[in-house]
Design a protein around this ligand. Sequence first.
Ligand code: SF4
Length: 534
Amino acid sequence: MRRDYRKVEENFYIKKWRGRVPIALVFPVTYELGMSNLGFLTLYERLNSYNEIVCERVFYDEGEIRSLEGNRLLKDFPIILFSVPFEGNYVEVLKILKKSGLSFNPKENSQILLGGGVALWSNPEPLAPFLDGFLLGEWEALEESLVPLFIDYAFNKETLLNKLLEFDFFYSPFYTEKRKVKIAKISLLSKPLKSNLLSEKAKFGKSYLIEVSKGCGRSCRFCLAGYIYRPPRSYPVEGLLEVLEEIPPYSKVGLIGLEFANKEEVKILGSKLLSKNCILTFSSLRIESLEKDFLELLKSTKTIALAPETASLKLKKIINKPILEEDLIKTLENLKTIGIKKVKLYFMIGLPFEEIEDIKETTGFIKKLLNLKLPFQLVFSFSFFVPKPHTPFQWVSLLDPKEMKRRKNFIQKELSEVKNLKFESLNFTLLQAILARGSSQLKHFLLSLAQENSLSRSLREIKDLNLYLSPPEERDFSFPWDFIETGVSKEFLWKEWERAKAQKTTPFCLPQKCNSCSACSLFSRLKIKGSSIF
Ligand code: SF4
């Protein structure tokens, strides 16, 4: 039975279809997660801001696939946009097509099926056989070009595709030879993105989400977002204050993208929100940023998440995240003063050159933290490292699954007394790893999974699994995603990989003062306020 989320939502759009272009905005994951995704919410609100467009949301659901607002079938929409946050959700994209009676061959569908989202910007190839094309880039940089085309040619698929092909941010494997495609990025930030659609059933509850910066200049070598959004950009204080005016008192507010925001400006924004009796939540917090003067902002926060990744100094240098053990302990001690209830700590297993000694350092560190007898709950989450395209670790082999299991068992044994210990599933890690560095040759693998076959059965559809799990460590090896330009040169990524092997760290980005990865040269008019990064 269809659930009526409108009873728990505020600020949704109900529009008549007559005389308008219907666009389905599909999030191939749950409603709860989609409603906490600022990119997805922004797209919904921006498209509906045009009188000529009616945009309705579709989520992955066990039941029939229908739009939330109009209860329409996906086939009823001439334009279907998939917003895909993770590689792990590609299978759901196929399941949605199947349940909706759409063909897996895009040429057989009269509707135009397009994909976007960070996972697809980095490597759309695994989904290339199933969609008409991919929109690579930040919506603010695409909107002006796309919306007039959607309005004029929604019901003429061929013309719309031909028009889209004029843009170098559009990739369509069916209609062109492979060519260079550029990820479109906005050069000058002004007013921050803010979501207005609120839902009690969203992961963070009824929260306004505000983006305080784009990208991150900390250069953690495993992090796709840290590379694909380069150069890092922060919003000016005037823009932040303008958004602040729109937030009603006593609201819940989630601040997204603190990594590169100017620290002083976030403090101003945060304290003004607190003076309006707002409750603040943070998508991510940097351990070294939680000095005493910032803790004031966390007064209304119950849970925070921190990601030390490892306690091994060797691995910290390799991944370029050299957070000192004493800094994390100092931060946790500081948190005692403000009534936090829970701190989630994220660690990774299988980082490049990890040995059992490195894991012992992490388990030893966790024991040390527990001995501090902190007055809040500590939750320890372990995920397995997945090498991502467009990062210096794109040449790295995934840890053998048998070895993953052995290391997981080791941690469980070492920390057998610890209650709040969580591990990512091995199968999900393997799936992510294959799809992250996948090619269009994975078509039958994905089709098999969409037919509910097990992962081990579906793996038989892959001719050379090693190509995805353990590519040759050669500087000029041709990856399926090499045709996508992020602004960061492959030469730079290779140099960073060499530095990682030599355990050399790389300093934070200094936009306008550096051109080492080439991304800053993307914007001749780039303006980044202040030099202090958050
Ligand atoms: S050019 Fe320098 S400052 Fe700009 S994104 Fe690259 S490393 Fe960072």
